[in-house]
Design a protein around this ligand. Structure first.
Ligand code: GMT
Length: 376
């Protein structure tokens, strides 16, 4: 098959999954064309059957808000015609599904190109619900030939909030490359991250309010009262200054390390002893899955699709949003008992490999493409 993929190319789980999917599909013999405004951040190196088309934007003084959705529609239309694409696979509904719909209409006289849209999270639970987007989000979802959601939670939310018929949405969970995301990779940064042999607590996100990074700092402060540990924060975003200042107020000093954005998160996660994800909402929690694949137990909130990823008491612990004391107590339990931590680490890795490997998940997308191409 020839597949066009559009995603947000900068940091973020949906762009990461879309890129990993494209690479995995190319490895399985398909031709993949990324159509995005910048090179997807996980698309590094040269890969057979993988191509990148940049969306060109005209910078015209009249455009206070340049119409990216239209430029994307044209780029999708052009790529589809030139490369004879079979399927346009849109990751994150807004505005990608609407742009793909326009491209499909522009091509209509020649042929019927199929659109698959994967719903990722706030396109359904937050942004898509805003009155300025709701109608177009629903319309473009319903116009897609195939739909997938990354968790049952997200499917249910889409059915509830947008009245999309249940049988129109497949649940296809996110996946990880378990060869890349694994424990004890070389180079291992343990000695740099925790030079005095401290336990390593990690959090990776885009530091948006939904991630509750202040809770990460509060939980860590309580853990540190009982266990010699360091908190490694990876990523960048609006709540970073608040987290920094809270860490300073709590007197955490050098025990909190802000690394900012990092190109090889797998190298860092492979030496994490505990991962924290206390988000207020999370349709899936790709970062938690990546941590599990790296053998890090996860303490997270019992929100959204996280219970579909983390098995409570097996690969980590789940608590109500904001339950800082309980999260800290679970963290202390994991970090202060080596045998118990090892057991949880192995279970986390096993779950990631058994349920969320590329081999388990990519065929589900292939089946979805085949179904829409067959007009079913
Ligand atoms: O929807 C978003 O907030 C952005 C999106 C992203 O690009 O990071 O995150 C969502 O998609 C990820 C990949 O499927 C999921 O792992 C995240 O849980 C989800 N974020 C939220 O639901 C808040």
């Amino acid at each position: 098959m020839k597949i066009g993929i559009t995603c947000y190319p900068t940091y973020g789980g949906s762009g990461a999954v879309a890129t990993e999917l494209g690479l995995a599909l190319a490895q399985r013999g398909h031709e993949v064309h990324f159509v995005t405004y910048a090179q997807p951040f996980r698309l590094v190196g040269l890969h057979e059957r993988v191509f990148y088309h940049e969306v060109e934007m005209e910078d015209y003084p009249l455009f206070e808000h340049p119409p990216y959705s239209l430029a994307l529609a044209v780029a999708l239309h052009d790529a589809a015609r030139r490369e004879e694409l079979d399927v346009l696979h849109m990751h994150y509904a807004i505005p990608h599904a609407a742009s793909a719909y326009l491209a499909k209409q522009m091509l209509e006289a020649e042929r019927d190109i199929k659109i698959v849209t994967t719903l990722h999270g706030t396109d359904i639970t937050l942004v898509g619900l805003h009155p300025s987007f709701r109608a177009i989000t629903r319309f473009s979802i319903l116009q897609s030939d195939g739909l997938s959601a990354v968790s049952q939670f997200l499917k249910d939310e889409t059915v509830r909030s947008f009245s999309v018929p249940e049988d129109r949405i497949d649940v296809i969970p996110n996946f990880v490359d378990t060869e890349v995301w694994r424990r004890d990779r070389e180079p291992c940064h343990r000695s740099k991250l925790a030079p005095e042999g401290q336990k390593i607590v990690m959090h990776v996100s885009n530091f948006r309010p939904v991630k509750r990074v202040l809770d990460v700092v509060e939980v860590f402060a309580k853990i540190r009262e009982k266990v010699k540990a360091r908190l490694v924060l990876v990523g960048e975003g609006p709540d970073r200054p608040r987290a920094l200042s809270r860490a300073a107020d709590l007197g955490l000093g050098d025990d909190v390390l802000f690394l900012g954005r990092h190109g090889s998160v797998e190298e860092l996660l492979s030496c994490a002893d505990l991962f924290l994800l206390p988000s207020s909402s999370e349709s899936f929690g790709l970062a938690a899955l990546e941590a599990m694949a790296c053998g890090a137990p996860v303490v997270a909130s019992n929100a959204g699709g996280l219970p579909e990823v983390i098995e409570d008491g097996v690969s980590g612990y789940l608590f109500p949003v904001g339950a800082i004391d309980e999260m800290a107590a679970a963290g202390v339990r994991i970090l202060s008992d080596d045998a118990f931590r090892k057991q949880m680490s192995l279970a986390a890795r096993r779950l990631a490999v058994e349920r969320f490997s590329a081999d388990a998940i990519v065929p589900m997308y292939e089946a979805l493409y085949e179904r829409v191409l067959a007009g079913k």
